[in-house]
Design a protein around this ligand. Structure first.
Ligand SMILES: Nc1ncnc2c1ncn2[C@@H]1O[C@H](COP(=O)(O)OP(=O)(O)OP(=O)(O)O)[C@@H](O)[C@H]1O
Ligand SMILES: [Mg+2]
Length: 494
């Protein structure tokens, strides 16, 4: 059964005489469950319409002849005197026809009098303008814990009929399975769980990471988000002391003590600054520090025409992030997805910005937004206004001590003993280098050493460094401009 909130919302809509409710979802079964619960509470009959069967009672009796044709359906509905809930499935495709759409409006008006309600469900339902005004949208969020728990029990139960398998998980393990399933639709959760059980004939602790990976794939398949489960997040960030201190403090906001004091969890940070200096890495490290799942939204991809409707996609992104809460939503290159100026795209980017800001303001789930931006001048000023993000950080080129730390991280990541190198000398030589350039120097040095069949040495690295013209030299003016704009307005990360 669906969450209690939505149940309440739908009940109120029906009671307050809304003739048409539009539920955008592919999860038809959940709508069925939800309607059954609401109808039971309100003591109303449910009728279901599909294009194959026409209109019939929910129990399959009393099929009404001829109603498979949408126009006949609506004519029939307009004459009804019985009060009820009418769930019309896959109807949207037929509403483009003017006569059908007219008949629909008349039925809606009649329902205003009889106090019946039409529920329209389906994915990507777009109503013609005049109908859109009659319909109230109701969002079916991704399933909550209670619903997933039931799905889990039902799935295990149903599989028992046909298969033998063992469940070797205690209550705590079951909680972990539940965590692993959150963020999925009921259908996806059912499939993932069945797969986990049937692939090795048991549901055990080993299935938890498998389920998490599977969830990542399911989320990625939608095309917009990348998913990094906390278990796999091992990113290391050198420097950024202030940001790190901020994170340690902000983490308190997720705890019970903070809640008892009426404090709300942190909401987000914006990280702007010089290319290759670890902005993206910082976003990953936030999730790692807090041990939360990380979702990456590539803001530029919101416009990918192969992915489909941008605004609905953005909604979905919010849904997934909320279902995974507490979670970190990392919006990379945020300036590419949301803009306040320019109507070149028919106002789309403006609308996306509006949806984003509204969600930032209203969201109640603990979704922390980590936004990164390269081009400060393209970031809409609304976004930088106080109160949107908890803090805006500016990332500059690393200082000598930070460069040392970055060298050590990247040497270690490539199985080198950092103590065997003169790291301070490397850091001095790499003056003006970004973190990415330091990493590149280490990689290039390793290639050379491999080629020469010698171990990597400080001298080889110094040589590589000497051959690199860092971006900070090549693009000195750009960086100076960025610093000028940022200085004084934002908190440095160190
Ligand atoms: N402070 C740092 N500590 C460790 N590694 C770093 C640091 N800064 C950069 N790097 C290395 O450089 C790579 C590129 O950094 P990252 O992508 O985070 O930079 P960015 O600021 O997001 O750059 P861009 O503006 O190009 O998006 C990282 O994957 C990491 O390997
Ligand atoms: Mg980046």
């Amino acid at each position: 059964m669906a969450g209690t909130n939505i149940l309440h919302e739908l009940k109120v809509l029906i009671q307050s005489m809304h003739p048409v409710v539009l539920m955008q979802t592919i999860e038809e079964e959940r709508v069925d469950d939800l309607l059954r619960a609401v109808a039971a509470e309100l003591k109303l009959p449910i009728f279901i319409w599909t294009v194959t069967r026409g209109l019939q009672r929910v129990d399959g009796t009393g099929m009404i002849h001829g109603t498979a044709d949408p126009k006949t359906l609506f004519r029939h509905l307009s004459t009804l005197t019985v009060r009820g809930i009418f769930h019309l499935k896959d109807l949207a495709a037929h509403l483009g026809d003017p006569a059908t759409s007219r008949a629909f409006r008349e039925a809606a008006q009649a329902f205003g009098r009889t106090r019946s309600t039409i529920i329209l469900s389906g994915e990507n339902v777009t109503l013609p303008g005049e109908l859109a005004r009659e319909a109230v949208p109701l969002r079916l969020q991704l399933p909550g814990r209670e619903e997933l728990k039931q799905t889990m029990h039902r799935t295990v139960h149903a599989l028992r009929d046909q298969h033998t398998f063992e469940v070797t998980l205690g209550p705590e393990g079951m909680e972990q399975v539940l965590n692993a399933l959150s963020g999925l639709t009921i259908n996806q959760a059912r499939q993932a769980l069945s797969w986990a059980i049937l692939s090795d004939g048991e549901l055990s602790a080993e299935d938890v990471p498998k389920l998490i990976r599977r969830k990542g794939e399911a989320i990625q398949d939608e095309g917009l988000l990348e998913f990094y489960p906390p278990e796999e997040n091992a990113f290391e960030l050198g420097g950024f002391d202030r940001l790190k201190a901020w994170l340690a403090r902000a983490k308190m906001g997720f705890g019970a003590e903070a809640r008892a004091l009426g404090l709300t969890p942190p909401r987000g940070v914006m990280i702007v600054g010089v290319q290759g200096c670890g902005k993206s890495l910082a976003a990953k490290v936030i999730a790692r520090e807090w041990q939360q799942p990380l979702l990456k939204l590539d803001a530029a991809r919101l416009y990918d025409k192969y992915i489909g409707e941008s605004e609905k996609n953005l909604r979905k992104v919010f849904d997934v992030a909320e279902a995974l809460a507490p979670s970190v939503l990392w919006i990379d290159e945020i300036e590419k997805g949301f803009a306040s100026g320019g109507d070149g795209d028919g106002g789309l980017s403006k609308r996306l910005l509006g949806s984003f800001l509204t969600w930032m303001q209203e969201r109640r789930a603990a979704v922390f937004v980590a936004a990164t931006a390269n081009d400060l001048s393209a970031v809409p000023p609304e976004m930088l206004r106080k109160g949107r993000f908890d803090e805006t950080f500016f990332v500059d080129l690393p200082e000598p001590s930070e460069r040392e730390e970055i060298f050590r991280i990247h040497l270690r990541l490539r199985k080198q003993d950092a103590a065997a190198f003169d790291v301070p000398a490397l850091a001095v030589a790499a003056d003006g280098f970004s973190g990415a350039e330091i990493e590149q120097a280490v990689i290039a040095g390793l290639y050379k050493a491999l080629h020469d069949k010698t171990p990597l040495t400080t001298a080889t690295l110094l040589d590589e460094i000497g051959q690199t013209a860092p971006l900070s030299v090549v693009r000195r003016e750009d960086i100076a401009r960025l610093r000028d704009t940022a200085r004084g307005r934002f908190v440095p990360v160190k």
